[in-house]
Write a protein that binds this ligand. Structure first.
Ligand SMILES: [Fe+2]
Length: 200
């Protein structure tokens, strides 16, 4: 009897051990699954930011340049990047509006009475290409009114506004997840380049 009870105890133990192994296997599998999710982590959508008071009142021209001519003040910058979804796939056909102040710290907007750089339009729009890419010729942003240097961005799918945000110059305060770091262009020492991918 005692043996049988002991046997029952042993069988119960074996059963518990099996269950533990199953549980460990399940936990390991779950962890592996989580690891796979972590490895193929969805991209974090780009955070939004305030539009500010100087969104252009005119329709933004579909052009790659915020400059009106080569006489524009400031350090020339090629600002480029891609439109991605959270899976990392390119999104073609999105419109990206970009606007920023000129080297004199003035926006091309009737609410900004500062003296403007006449060679700098200060805004432009592009449609992301088949690879989700966009590119703008502009200037390295400058600070104004105590704000860190930044470029305003608004992204549209047709008439639907998907995102309004700002990207900030590296080395200044501003959202750490939305920084650009202009570097000298390899082919042109007088020009800077900076990239940023937007996830929407
Ligand atoms: Fe601004």
């Amino acid at each position: 009897m005692i043996f049988e009870v002991h046997g029952l105890y042993k069988r119960t133990c074996r059963c518990i051990v099996k269950r533990r192994k199953l549980l460990q296997t399940f936990v390991a599998y779950t962890a592996l699954g989580a690891g796979r999710l972590a490895h193929g982590n969805p991209l974090v959508p780009t955070g939004s930011d305030v539009e500010g008071p100087y969104y252009p009142v005119q329709s933004l021209p579909l052009t790659s340049s915020l400059l009106l001519n080569e006489q524009a003040l400031g350090d020339p910058l090629t600002f480029s990047g891609r439109m991605l979804n959270t899976s990392g796939a390119a999104i073609p056909g999105l419109r990206i509006d970009v606007w920023q102040c000129d080297a004199r710290q003035a926006y091309n907007h009737p609410a900004d009475g500062s003296q403007r750089d006449p060679a700098f339009r200060g805004y432009a729009a592009q449609i992301s290409d088949v690879d989700g890419r966009f590119v703008f010729d502009t200037i390295v942003p400058v600070s104004y009114g105590g704000r860190p240097p930044h470029i305003h961005v608004k992204i549209w799918r047709n008439q639907q506004e998907l995102l309004t945000t700002q990207v900030y110059l590296e080395g200044y305060r501003g959202n750490d997840h939305r920084k650009i770091k202009p570097v000298k262009a390899a082919h042109n020492d007088d020009k800077y380049e900076a990239q940023f991918d937007f996830v929407v």
